[in-house]
Ligand binder design. Structure first.
Ligand code: CAA
Length: 387
């Protein structure tokens, strides 16, 4: 086994880290307070190739491997988790599935603008009544000429307000309930309407909206993969997307650890640095150990994916562990900082608020456990799992 990153991976890690430290982290507190994504940042991310890291050069991307992309998400999230999720959804949940499942025409039409950051991607699966049970979605795609007319509502859609490319899941077969009657479509931003911007506990620099689709007409050229196979597209997409969210959690935890370590080495109480007390040493030792463990799980899952090997179980394990670890250890970072940790003078409280969502979106921890349990018990689908 080789645990070293390659020269190319180290180079892209340094690029994302330097950019995060210079252009993102100094502003993250202000973006959090303003509840807004800094749109001007998109141009800078695009100029550096960070909106298409793992997309082949022939499709306008940087041509790096999936692990490099995961490392970029970790570094961006270390600077600001809202920027991390914006890039993660855009890349893993929209650009990659079009590349994977699209026809040649769809790939050459939709992928280059996404990879170059000219269009920002949104993934519209969740609905008010279809969260963890994604297969019960009700947005309807009824036959209309040679194509479909789509009507419905979507909820909590990251990047949905950017008006770019929307990967949207709708039921093409009203007589088949559950996952089988679902198809995936590529919509333009002007085919959906934003009805509400969500107010959240954290991740305030990312945009999360509710959408309605009011009779959007789509032709066959907008159907991604086969009719009725949309749920497979969604699940395969989330298999990779979850590795990205795990990387986001890892980056948040790393940022919290960095602040806690620095503070412990400076802060003096009872005549010495608090880092000289065993209580604080053990907290930092546990943080460093758990962050390392999460990083190994995340990088392994990313490596499996880029090798083209099964990664459903490993991605779910990485997300489950990294997100719960991030919630635990961002809380510990606040504890190390004591009263200062609870104030907005330090970013520890933001890391804590931002970490929580990683246990919820792209599949809750409970869903990750379900995915892992089905895999280790050999229960491959809902029917089998229910006996
Ligand atoms: N890859 C490919 N196909 C898969 C698959 C996978 N990993 N997992 C399941 N499938 C296929 C199955 O083979 C089956 O197809 P066939 O019938 O043709 O064999 C079909 O999908 C249905 O599978 P299940 O019976 O397992 O479906 P289920 O209804 O039991 O659901 C679930 C499984 C894991 C619970 C799924 O509903 C799920 O992942 N729920 C969580 C939803 C989620 O993660 N939402 C995230 C929203 S996006 C987001 O959060 C983005 C953001 O803002 C950051």
């Amino acid at each position: 086994m080789v645990f070293d990153l390659s020269a190319d991976q180290r180079e892209i890690q340094a690029l994302a880290r330097d950019f995060g430290e210079a252009e993102i982290a100094p502003n993250a507190g202000e973006w959090d307070r303003q509840h807004g994504f800094p749109r001007e940042l998109l141009g800078k991310l695009a100029d550096l190739g960070l909106l298409g890291v793992c997309i082949p050069e022939e499709y306008g991307g940087a041509g790096a491997d999936f692990l490099s992309y995961i490392i970029v998400l970790e570094e961006l999230s270390r600077a600001d988790a809202g920027v991390g999720v914006t890039v993660a959804v855009h890349t893993s949940a929209v650009t990659l599935p079009i590349l994977t499942f699209g026809t040649d025409e769809q790939r050459s039409r939709f992928v280059p603008p996404l990879a170059r950051g000219e269009a920002i991607g949104a993934f519209a699966l969740t609905e008010p009544e279809a969260g963890s049970d994604a297969g019960s979605l009700r947005t309807a795609a009824g036959p209309d000429g040679d194509g479909w007319r789509i009507t419905g509502a979507k909820q909590w859609i990251t990047n949905g307000s950017f008006g770019g490319t929307v990967l949207l899941f709708a039921r093409t077969d009203p007589d088949t309930p559950g996952p089988k009657g679902v198809s995936a479509f590529i919509l333009d931003g002007d085919q959906v309407r934003v009805t509400r911007e969500e107010e959240k506990l954290g991740l305030n620099s990312s945009s999360t909206v509710d959408l309605v689709i009011e009779g959007a007409e789509v032709g066959r050229d907008r159907l991604l993969h086969e009719e009725g196979k949309g749920f497979t597209v969604a699940m395969a997409t989330l298999d990779g997307g979850r590795i990205g969210i795990a990387a986001q959690a890892l980056g948040i935890a790393q940022a919290a650890y960095d602040v806690a370590r620095e503070y412990a080495l400076q802060r003096r109480q009872f005549g010495k640095r608090i880092a000289d007390f065993q209580a604080i040493q053990w907290k930092l030792a546990d943080m460093a150990t758990e962050i390392d463990a999460a990083r190994l799980l995340v990088y392994r899952a990313a490596w499996l994916k880029q090798e083209g090997r099964p990664h459903t179980e490993e991605g779910a394990k990485a997300k489950l562990f990294a997100s719960e670890m991030a919630r635990r250890q961002t809380a510990e970072a606040i504890q190390v900082l004591g009263g200062y940790g609870y104030t907005k003078e330090f970013p520890a409280e933001r890391y804590y608020r931002d970490a929580k969502i990683t246990e919820i979106y792209e599949g809750t921890s409970e869903i990750q456990r379900l995915v892992i349990a089905r895999s280790i018990l050999g229960l491959r689908s809902r029917e089998l799992a229910q006996g």
